[in-house]
Design a protein around this ligand. Structure first.
Ligand SMILES: [Zn+2]
Length: 237
């Protein structure tokens, strides 16, 4: 029990401390880091553009038909390259602290209702600072941050990974409520997953563990569950 509380406390501290430090830490060192980084970005970006080539960008310019709308946490350790090598034009990305629908509803609606994504994927992750903060006392944080944590409905003082899973399940439940008809018709699949770089779920470090498909959370059923047929191909691939 103590170990769990300590883990939750550390996670919360990791979330709060950089936030508090940023306001007073604008010394010369930071500018040097930023300048070096922007150069690095330019180099990497030029290489990316050259490698992809004109035809690739011409195709992108025609418009987007993302197969998936993805709600993931903003955490810097979480990126699509761990599960999709070709996200361009394919993933409509929404990122916020705690991978929430409530704090980015319009963006999620846009992906599902207007871009016609047939998959809504919600991605939580191990050692999430937002979950750590939400499971403890975050009353000293900035008002806008508090507001974004208020919509994470998880138990106080629980183990971090339990909070992560509970939050992902909550987000799936909210999505199933919002798009009940589409899910029923097989037009939309709502999937909740946890990117577990810390191997807190003991399924292997770095695995993206699917924990919820259209409200089904039973592990045995999930592994054998046929994925409902999506309504129509969007002609993307
Ligand atoms: Zn997070």
């Amino acid at each position: 029990m103590f170990k769990k509380q300590l883990a939750a406390l550390l996670a919360a501290a990791a979330f709060v401390m950089p936030m508090a430090a940023q306001a007073s830490d604008h010394h010369a060192g930071d500018a040097a880091v930023a300048q070096a980084f922007i150069k690095e970005i330019q180099t990497d970006q030029n290489a990316y553009a050259a490698a992809k080539g004109a035809a690739f960008f011409q195709e992108l310019s025609k418009g987007q038909k993302p197969r998936a709308t993805v709600v993931s946490c903003s955490d810097s350790r979480v990126h699509t390259n761990m599960w999709d090598k070709t996200p361009e034009g394919d993933l409509f990305m929404i990122r916020n602290i705690g991978n929430q629908l409530a704090t980015a509803k319009g963006s999620v609606q846009y992906g599902v209702n207007h871009l016609g994504s047939s998959l809504l994927l919600i991605v939580g992750h191990s050692r999430c600072g937002a979950i750590g903060a939400a499971s403890g006392d975050y009353s000293s944080l900035e008002e806008p941050i508090k507001k974004e944590l208020d919509t994470i409905n998880i138990a106080k003082g629980g183990a971090s990974i339990d909070g992560v899973k509970a939050n992902v399940n909550n987000q799936v439940a909210a999505a199933l409520k919002e798009w009940a008809a589409q899910v029923k018709n097989g037009e939309l699949l709502v999937v909740g997953a946890v990117y577990d770089f810390a191997d807190d779920m003991k399924q292997g470090a770095g695995k993206l563990n699917v924990i919820n498909i259209n409200g089904e959370t039973d592990a045995a059923k999930l592994s054998s569950m046929p994925v409902p047929a999506a309504k129509a191909a969007h002609g993307h691939h």
